[in-house]
Design a protein around this ligand. Structure first.
Ligand SMILES: [Mg+2]
Length: 244
């Protein structure tokens, strides 16, 4: 953590979803490896993990050179590309893609991090409104709807494929702030991705980006918290200092 000066004037929060509030359980690599195994192909978990990290990231990096415009069709095609790159040697790639697409659209495939429920409750108790704002596609509605800590946020989800722009396009963050009904300099953007959740949000003019550093990466120069509850406690303390 570096500086949280002036946080008593923060009026709202934009929260990333994957890696910030939820994670796949079992892991992405395990689920992909199992899909391959159902077609008789053995792929090491570590190899799947390496390929997924590379192709998911490359796909985003390529996009960042372009307009970052998106919709449901573009997301669907993007995931087809990623799956084909991660599992290139399958006898029936369409079947594997359909299975993986359906799997990650189900709430049973995900879990909330344990601090998320208490963190969201504390933010609500101190009167700081939240928007979950994600580069996931519309499957997030079904996923969040099945996770008890997140069901209350489904009506206000901000999803890039529905907004028309992906993070880190400025229009995405502006849309999320407008959804909160707040000026951008009163809103924190919080998430696990330094580019999409911290630097992109700050370039778009939001008050601050905060890294949720669940893997303890401790990146230099970024404000970070190990989990959502810690961040909520700091915001609550800032508010009570301002009232005194
Ligand atoms: Mg994330």
């Amino acid at each position: 953590m570096t500086s949280v000066d002036g946080w008593e004037t923060i009026e709202g929060l934009i929260l990333d979803a994957v890696g910030t509030l939820i994670e796949p359980e079992p892991s992405v690599a395990r689920v992909y490896a199992d899909a391959a195994l159902r077609q008789g192909l053995v792929v090491e978990i570590a190899e799947v993990k390496r390929r997924f990290g590379r192709y998911f990231r490359n796909d985003e990096v390529d996009e960042q050179k372009g307009p970052m415009v998106t919709d449901e069709t573009i997301e669907y095609r993007r995931w087809r590309r990623i799956v084909a790159n991660v599992l290139p040697d399958l006898p029936d790639p369409d079947r594997a893609f359909d299975e993986l697409w359906d799997h990650f659209g189900r709430p049973e495939a995900w879990r909330c991090f344990p601090d998320v429920g208490p963190g969201l409750k504390l933010l609500n108790d101190v009167g700081i409104p939240v928007r979950i704002a994600s580069n996931f596609d519309s499957r997030l509605r079904e996923v969040a709807g099945g996770l008890p800590d997140l069901t209350g946020f489904v009506p206000t989800l901000v999803i890039s494929s529905e907004v028309g722009y992906r993070k880190p396009h400025p229009a995405f963050y502006h849309h999320a702030c407008a959804s909160l009904g707040l000026p951008i300099d009163r809103v924190l953007c919080v998430g696990d991705d330094p580019e999409n959740d911290v630097l992109g949000a700050e370039r778009a003019g939001l008050r601050q980006g905060v890294l949720l550093d669940r893997d303890d990466r401790k990146p230099a120069g970024l404000i970070s918290f190990p989990n959502l509850l810690g961040l909520a406690e700091e915001l609550a303390a800032s508010r009570s200092r301002a009232i005194r």
